[in-house]
Design a binder for this molecule. Structure first.
Ligand code: ZN
Length: 241
């Protein structure tokens, strides 16, 4: 059995379907938030995750779509996309998103969208990673939010380590270290690699694996154009930034 983590799907059904094709029947699917916003298929993505997820938590775009939270801090393109999403979300999607928790603590790890306690903080450097480690005693924390595939580690002396997973890769969790695993984005990668990212974790071997994969980007872009979503959001999918 393995866990499969998806985050920041952002209403990109083509990429989500491609990611889920990897799942075996006994795998546990986990969603780390931002199911909607930016992309053209919010209801379809919610429906698929509602049916398949074992665990799911709330992202800032989900909260913005449901109750307009934080929209004043969004850039104009993100705000236009959230307004479009609000007009499209059906009642079933809305109530599923509305019921998602900010965090989930499982025996093995903690799930939050951005960071422990300050749920929508961006962990972007060693200082924010160090402060995030201090706010939890979880050995392993899985996050999304930055759309950057990477991880942060903290050893017994408090030294922070970091590695980008822009091309995918593996990490074997070591005894005596703690980890923040950023699973990257299914729907809108921003680490200068347009390939989407999904993460697998095998509890038995304690191996975490970032997998970068292709999906039909042009099809998503065609639908976004048809929906009248901002060109900036359409173009960035091709370059992964
Ligand atoms: Zn996001």
């Amino acid at each position: 059995m393995k866990y499969v983590f998806v985050s920041d799907v952002h209403a990109n059904i083509e990429s989500l379907q491609t990611a889920l094709a990897r799942l075996d029947a006994e795998d546990a699917l986990v969603s780390l938030g931002d199911v909607v916003g930016y992309g053209p298929n919010p209801n379809e993505c919610v429906a698929l995750l509602r049916e398949r997820c074992r665990h799911a938590i709330l992202g800032n775009h989900d909260l913005a779509a449901v109750e307009n939270f934080g929209v004043e801090h969004f850039n104009p393109a993100a705000r236009a996309a959230i307004e479009w999403t609000q007009g499209r979300l059906d009642e079933t999607s809305r109530s599923w998103l509305d019921a998602l928790p900010y965090e989930l603590r499982l025996p093995d790890f903690l799930l939050v969208h951005g960071a422990p306690v300050d749920y929508f903080e961006y962990i972007l450097d060693k200082a924010t990673a160090a402060s995030a480690f201090e706010r939890t005693d979880a050995r392993v924390v899985f996050v999304g939010h930055t759309h950057i595939a990477e991880y942060w580690s903290r050893d017994a002396e408090g030294t922070i380590g970091h590695k980008h997973m822009q091309q995918g890769g593996e990490l074997k969790l070591e005894e005596g270290k703690r980890y923040i695993i950023d699973v990257g984005s299914v729907g809108q990668p921003r680490d200068l690699n347009p390939l989407a990212c999904v993460v697998e974790y095998e509890p038995d071997s304690r191996v975490v694996r970032w997998i970068r994969y292709q999906y039909p980007i042009e099809e998503v872009q065609r639908k976004m154009r048809q929906a009248g979503l901002p060109a900036y959001l359409i173009d960035r999918l091709s370059v992964g930034r």
